[in-house]
Design a protein around this ligand. Structure first.
Ligand code: PMP
Length: 396
């Protein structure tokens, strides 16, 4: 029998979310997550996946994954520290270090658990973390798990960061202090001010931690935001995910050898959760090879995103201040945002609404993620639907 307290808690809170228009309905996708997806019996132009370069369905990677299953099986069989470190994991980590320009790298089962793992392995209750207020949820959770003092910094406000860094150092309260930021902020598409962040870190001798989930494969000729600014030697932790531009699943930290050695003995998901599957690891390694060999897919991604941004702006939509392919269409009110997304969907575009608590109240948006796999024709069709629905709802 279910506990009556649990029932009451669930029913009241679910009702509350639904009445505020904040309950997120899940749309199952039938088949692959490509530029066109099949949802609720219809083919839709997909502007909601993180598959930036179209690699999630790339034929070359599918073949590599199949071969890895044939040679290594479907599962790694154990955690990394028992006997779940296969030759394929080491190959991936070597490749990641090469890709990021660091001494070494360590792979995790997801970007989310990578942040939980890495932050809590290094920081503790005697430390402090200066964390941008728009950092990803997994960074926030990793910071909380570490028990370090979390000092929230106004978004990309370098004056605020400098002031709070100075206060934290001068207070003498903390053993270690770390600055943590997203490389590219996932809801607005703006890029962290890494040169200034690194300067502040050097001034006060602080650690730097950059989660480049949305910059890797996209900026810095593919290598990410840190490379984009030429700061490979100045950032202690380069975090990435294998689930977005790389097209597969997993997360990683790239950095100095001693950092990676420490994470291998102290980061809990590495010690206590079964390692990535052979197919994931082999496909990710092959994807990074593709990225290092050619920038063709990145060029296509940027061309498509410029095209979509120009088109939405010309129609009169507020697309914010993105500096990357992430293209928000800011509507404001939560219910209107959800209604807009629903109407786009009915007309043939899958562009998901993003509302509080993922973004602040009153800044609801439909977030568009163009990819290298979209054709001009698909983008033109999407823009025509945006125009139709935008006019119908008096948004433009
Ligand atoms: N960090 C950031 C900045 C992200 O945007 C995401 C993905 N939403 C993650 C970490 C988590 O990555 P993953 O999906 O691989 O768990």
């Amino acid at each position: 029998m279910t506990s009556s307290k649990l029932n009451q808690f669930l029913n009241e809170n679910l009702e509350d979310l639904k009445s505020q228009g904040l309950y997120n309905e899940i749309d199952p996708v039938k088949g692959a997550n490509g530029p066109i997806i099949h949802v609720n019996g219809k083919d839709l132009i997909n502007l909601s996946s993180n598959n930036y370069l179209g690699l999630a369905t790339d034929a070359r990677l599918k073949n590599v994954a199949k071969q890895a299953i044939d040679s290594h099986g479907v599962g790694a069989g154990a955690v990394r520290t028992i006997n779940g470190t296969l030759d394929l994991h080491l190959k991936l980590e070597e490749k990641l270090a090469q890709f990021k320009g660091t001494e070494a790298a360590i792979a995790y089962q997801s970007g989310f658990n990578c942040n939980m793992a890495a932050i809590s392995a290094v920081m503790d209750k005697n430390d402090a973390i200066l964390s941008d207020e728009l950092n990803h949820a997994s960074i926030i959770d990793g910071c909380r798990l570490s028990k370090a003092k979390i000092i929230r910094v106004n978004h990309s406000d370098m004056e605020d960061l400098r002031q709070k860094a100075k206060e934290a150092v001068e207070s003498g309260l903390y053993n270690k202090i770390m600055i943590i930021t997203d490389g590219v902020f996932s809801m607005d598409g703006d890029v962290a001010k890494l040169p200034e962040i690194v300067e502040i870190a050097e001034e006060f001798d602080l650690m730097t931690y950059v989660d480049d989930a949305h910059g890797s494969g996209v900026l810095g000729k593919g290598a990410g935001t840190v490379k984009h600014f030429g700061l490979q030697d100045k950032v202690d932790f380069q975090i990435g995910t294998l689930s977005k531009a790389i097209g597969v699943v997993g997360g990683y930290v790239a950095g100095k050898q001693n950092l990676i050695d420490w994470l291998k003995v102290r980061s809990r998901p590495f010690l206590f959760s079964t390692s990535l599957t052979p197919a994931d690891v082999a496909a990710s390694t092959a994807a990074i090879d593709l990225l290092m060999e050619s920038s063709e897919l990145q060029e296509k991604l940027w061309e498509n995103s410029e095209y979509l941004k120009k088109g939405l702006s010309a129609l009169g939509f507020d697309i914010g201040h993105s500096e990357t392919p992430i293209t928000p269409c800011i509507i404001g009110d939560e219910k209107t945002t959800q209604q807009f997304s629903k109407r786009l969907n009915e007309e043939g575009v899958y562009a998901k609404s993003i509302v509080f608590p993922t973004v602040p109240k009153g800044t609801g948006r439909v977030r568009n993620m163009p990819t290298a796999a979209h054709t001009k024709d698909m983008l033109d069709q999407a823009l025509a639907i945006y125009e139709k629905v935008g006019k119908e709802m008096n948004l433009i």
